[in-house]
Ligand binder design. Structure first.
Ligand SMILES: Cc1cc2nc3c(=O)[nH]c(=O)nc-3n(C[C@H](O)[C@H](O)[C@H](O)COP(=O)(O)O)c2cc1C
Length: 338
């Protein structure tokens, strides 16, 4: 029995298999103010047709100044809902569940507007210096995440993932490398967690479906957060009702990383074991056998696939063949499928 192709239930939602399309910015809302374009509809629906169990859309910005670039997807206005709804319809048509990653880039935004962060430290010399957020800026960002959650509900998504990884705004609050505040949002672990805590509180007021959070569980810096910190944050998130931690790494400060197959799986495994919470593994997982090993050994609950799904929308079929699983495909393709 393959575990990769076994269903997985979270709250009232059952995924048909454990394969998740990892969120990947497509920078395709060019001059479109964050709106969904025909490219997005084809892109996401084709992965659903390829039998991915959960299709997660790319980071959608909760505020215009929270975009990584002007070409990012947005969820900062009600007129974004219609395109996102169509995206959902395409995904659901093929029996896949849908998720949206909501995000704020903080100091990593490269937009023309002023940019904001916990402290006025630029990512590197190529980036603008962010404005250190005042209390009202923090409140505005928290509210923007809640508005984005409400819009996600209206657009029909099954899952929300908060982007608290890769050195974007939430991560900037969590990390002592980027958060040098002396108020209640900085200093101790508890204080650095406060922004995410408020975001989760605000989001769960308008969202009662499954909630994931992506974190960077290695900052590749001795002065940064360490595993003990991530266990603390995870325990807090668990207490607040977060269903799954999607475990990535890096992006907080410039660092050199040497990725190898499955290089981040160990973090997903450690968090799962230490905190007894569901985790997602991601990063250079490219074969069905690799995915199956992770699941069979209980190292994670879901497998996030990024670039391999860009190369091949039918990656699940490729993985099923490797594992000797007979996978049901789109009815229209029956004569070519098995
Ligand atoms: C083109 C591209 C865009 C990405 N955009 C996002 C994003 O929007 N949000 C996110 O959390 N990670 C993003 N990532 C990271 C992926 O989700 C994934 O974690 C990473 O590519 C490692 O997985 P892989 O080896 O299977 O590709 C992006 C990666 C790529 C290649």
């Amino acid at each position: 029995m393959s575990k990769l192709f076994s269903p997985y239930t979270i709250k009232d939602l059952t995924l048909k298999n454990r394969i998740v399309m990892s969120p990947m910015c497509m920078y395709s809302s060019v001059n479109q103010d964050g709106r969904i374009m025909p490219f997005h509809l084809t892109h996401y629906e084709s992965r659903a047709a390829g039998q991915v169990g959960l299709v997660m859309t790319e980071a959608a910005a909760v505020l215009p100044e929270g975009r990584i670039s002007h070409d990012d997807l947005g969820i900062y206005a009600d007129d974004h809902i219609e395109g996102l709804k169509k995206t959902n319809e395409g995904i659901h048509r093929h029996g896949a569940a849908s998720a949206i990653q909501i995000a704020h880039a903080g100091r990593k935004a490269t937009v023309k507007e002023d940019i904001f962060a916990p402290s006025a430290i630029p990512f590197n010399e190529k980036y603008k210096t962010p404005i250190a957020m005042e209390k009202h800026d923090i409140d505005k960002a928290v509210e923007a995440f809640a508005d984005a959650a409400r819009r996600s509900r209206q657009a029909g998504f099954d899952i929300i993932e908060l982007h608290a990884a890769h050195g974007y705004l939430i991560n900037q609050f969590l990390s002592p490398l980027t958060n040098r505040r002396s108020d209640i949002y900085g200093g101790s672990r508890e204080n650095r967690y406060r922004f995410l805590k408020e975001v989760i509180e605000a989001v769960t007021k308008v969202w009662n479906k499954p909630l994931f959070v992506r974190i960077s569980a290695d900052e590749y810096n001795r002065e940064g957060n360490q595993m003990e910190d991530f266990y603390y944050f995870t325990e807090e998130m668990k207490r607040q009702g977060v269903d799954l931690i999607d475990v990535s790494s890096g992006g907080v400060v410039p660092a050199s990383i040497n990725p190898y197959p499955g290089y981040q799986v160990t973090y997903a495994e450690r968090i799962k074991k230490q905190c007894s919470i569901a985790t997602g593994a991601v990063g250079l997982i490219t074969t069905g056998i690799q995915a199956e090993e992770i699941l069979k050994n209980d190292r994670a609950d879901l497998i996030f696939i990024g670039r391999a799904l860009l190369r091949n929308p039918y990656w699940p079929k490729q993985a099923a063949n490797e594992l000797g699983v007979l996978l049901q495909g789109p009815k229209q393709y029956e004569r070519a499928w098995n």
